[in-house]
Design a protein around this ligand. Structure first.
Ligand code: GLN
Length: 480
């Protein structure tokens, strides 16, 4: 079967009688099996996917099908799906099954999407290489010796290798954008609160946002419009009306935008020369096309990674307190009393990185250090947010690389957690500020590894973000 790059291509073929949903499910399940060593899926839902496919084929035939009919989707192992295992790729949730379905997943199903399986990720979404999964890493399909990025690594590889059409992940500090960049596809982190977090396993609640990984901007727009919007089950979700993003993908003829790029980002140590060159060439292309492109100052670049890690570990240490061996999943078999039950379950159930973060978070929240770290970091977050919002008053978009490098080799950064944290330097600004950001594939380096460009914009202006992304991708294809 041919490789489809968007739902509209699939729908055209369905309409022509060239393909059915059942055949699509067959195709993707076959690919998943054939590419098993990529380790992108932890589990597939074969029978249900076929049953849903038959239902949707029937609905397509009688004209009652929803917006997502024909779309086969994988979900990251942090999204609840009733009756299915849910583990955040952690041993501590061994054997746990969801009692309900995440609102976002519920909405996909209501529009006739087919959920094909549960995808590998870094444990509790902590990481940027998928090396922290209790199930072993997912592999980058372009080069199996390299990481797919993370934490939504399995979700990105699945789309990259045509194991499903789109994936739903989560992005706390770049977990959708960075793996999308490493795998050459589109990754969208919407504005904080745009999509309900009900049924999303919490990592750092004031940052967590469900995100989309797709082959096309068009599909990302469609999935966003289906999942976004008010939800009684999440008190933090935005009540703003949801635009029909998929109908707003064309930019006005002749419209000129103001684009800012943070000068220091391009001068930052650790930015790979080929990544830099590639992003700068997009910047030049935009200038030549008549848009205003200007260097801007952002004085907090050195503070964003420490601020992010203080706040997210603090929130994580609290959120992960619930995994105590009593309520969910795994319980250590070697316990003698209640205290040892807690201790042994947590020591044996969590992986090294998760434990490191729980300890860091507990430390920054401890009475003696609370003000020095946690309170201070909250203040710095405010400064970062205010400055980012201020820049976005003068500029429609900020452009920067998604990641400082292309996909790195397994083990390359494994012994140095700080080096891994610094990989997040370009993605965490949008997360600290809560603004939407997207990664789009703009080229490849001399090793053939893909390079992602990141765009940020004002809160709730996903429509502009998506249409401008589409415009850039079209321009790159035309010029190539
Ligand atoms: N790499 C970042 C971290 O480890 C981002 C993770 C995420 O967005 N879930 O925290």
């Amino acid at each position: 079967m041919k490789q489809y790059n968007s739902l509209s291509e699939i729908r055209a073929d369905i309409a022509n009688g060239q393909v059915t949903c059942r055949q699509l499910v067959e195709h993707y399940l076959h690919n998943i099996k054939e590419q098993e060593k990529l380790n992108a899926f932890l589990e597939t839902f074969d029978e249900e996917a076929y049953a849903q496919a038959d239902t949707v084929d029937q609905k397509l035939a009688d004209g009652s099908a929803g917006k997502l009919a024909g779309m086969v989707i994988g979900i990251k192992d942090v999204l609840a799906y009733k009756g299915h295992s849910l583990q955040a790729s952690s041993k501590i949730l061994d054997g746990f099954k969801s009692l309900y379905t995440a609102t976002a997943v519920e909405r996909l199903l209501a529009e006739d999407a087919i959920i094909i399986g549960r995808q590998n990720c870094d444990e509790f979404a902590m990481g940027g290489s998928n090396e922290n999964s209790a199930f072993g890493p997912a592999l980058n399909a372009d080069d199996h010796t390299r990481v797919p990025g993370g934490s939504s690594g399995g979700s990105a590889v699945a789309v990259q290798a045509d194991l499903c059409l789109a994936s739903i992940g989560s992005d706390t500090g770049g977990s959708v954008r960075q793996p999308a960049s490493f795998c050459g596809i589109v990754g969208l982190k919407p504005t904080y609160s745009r999509i309900s977090r009900f049924g999303l396993i919490a990592y750092a609640s004031s940052f967590d946002q469900i995100g989309i990984i797709a082959k096309s901007v068009e599909d990302a727009a469609l999935l966003l419009e289906v999942m976004a919007g008010n939800d009684e089950l999440d008190s933090t979700v935005s009540r703003r009306e949801v635009p029909v993003y998929s109908q707003q993908l064309a930019i006005e003829e002749g419209k000129k935008y103001r684009i800012g790029y943070i000068r220091d980002c391009f001068e930052s140590e650790g930015l790979d020369a080929e990544v830099k060159e590639s992003i700068l060439s997009v910047k030049d292309m935009l200038r030549e096309a008549g848009h205003t492109v200007e260097a801007v100052e952002f004085p907090y670049l050195d503070y964003i990674v420490p601020t992010y890690y203080i706040l997210t570990t603090a929130e994580a240490s609290s959120n992960l307190g619930r995994y105590d061996g009593v309520k969910y999943g795994f319980r250590s078999p070697n316990v003698t009393d209640l205290n040892s039950l807690y201790k042994k379950t947590r020591s044996e159930g969590f992986g090294e990185e998760v434990k490191r973060r729980i300890m860091l978070g507990t430390f920054v929240l401890s009475a003696d250090y609370y003000d020095a770290y946690y309170t201070k970091a909250q203040k710095v977050r405010r400064l970062i947010k205010e400055k980012t919002d201020e820049l976005l008053q003068s500029y429609d978009f900020l452009i920067l690389p998604t990641a400082p490098t292309t996909a790195f080799k397994f083990g390359e950064n494994a012994t140095n957690p700080v080096a891994v944290y610094l990989e997040d330097i370009f993605t965490v600004q949008a997360s600290l500020a809560g603004v939407p950001a997207i990664s789009i594939p703009v080229g490849r380096d001399s090793k053939g590894l893909s390079i992602g460009l990141q765009l940020m914009t004002r809160s709730f202006e996903e429509s502009a973000l998506l249409s401008f992304s589409n415009y850039i991708l079209d321009k790159i294809t035309v010029e190539a």
